[in-house]
Design a protein around this ligand. Structure first.
Ligand SMILES: [Zn+2]
Ligand SMILES: [Zn+2]
Length: 192
């Protein structure tokens, strides 16, 4: 009796194999661009973070069309750029032909690099001429992170030495300044 029950029992009935049904079922998706419902195989895939597969919002046909449009657009852009080359001009000092953006203003005849060189030379000249008794204005370069950036000191040159000069401000406070700091633009000396 027991043996018979076992033979005809549920144990002998094959389990429905859900997995096979799922694989056979054709899933579809609406394309965002053309609006058509198409099988998933008509969509490009991409990998999601957890290794699952994602499907692009638009079908392969629409993706290809868009890709081609982008290509044409970028080729046109390159052509346009070639037509409108940024203007250049020659610097009156270094004689190099540079883009307009390399000049302080489009009207300037001297390029930014040469302007910087001139400024340094002017600074060096001011410092070289300093003698005791000169009244000067010292400006700390405003670079944003120095504790004294933007600070101004008005005072009288007390003495000049090989590498530095000593300044006495209006309160009688004395401070020395390195010529090297002037040369590299850390501080600016303005004669008054
Ligand atoms: Zn489409
Ligand atoms: Zn130049």
């Amino acid at each position: 009796m027991t043996k018979f029950m076992q033979r005809l029992g549920n144990d002998d009935w094959p389990e429905p194999e859900d997995k096979i049904f799922e694989e056979i079922k054709i899933e579809t998706k609406h394309c965002k661009t053309c609006g058509e419902e198409k099988p998933l195989t008509e969509f490009y895939t991409f990998k999601l973070k957890d290794d699952r597969v994602g499907y692009r919002a638009e079908c392969k046909a629409c993706s290809i069309i868009k890709q081609r449009e982008r290509q044409v657009a970028s080729e046109n852009h390159v052509q346009e750029k070639k037509k409108t080359k940024p203007p250049k001009k020659q610097c009156a000092m270094c004689q190099k032909v540079r883009f307009l953006k390399s000049f302080p203003t489009p009207e300037s005849s001297i390029c930014k690099k040469c302007v910087a060189i001139i400024k340094k030379r002017q600074q060096a000249d001011v410092v070289r001429r300093l003698t005791a008794g000169d009244r000067v204005l010292i400006k700390f370069a405003g670079r944003g992170h120095g504790t004294r950036s933007g600070e101004r000191i008005i005072g009288e040159v007390v003495s000049t030495h090989k590498n530095f000069f000593v300044l006495r401000n209006n309160n009688g406070y004395r401070e020395s300044f390195m010529f090297a700091d002037v040369a590299c633009g850390m501080i600016k000396v303005v004669e008054r």
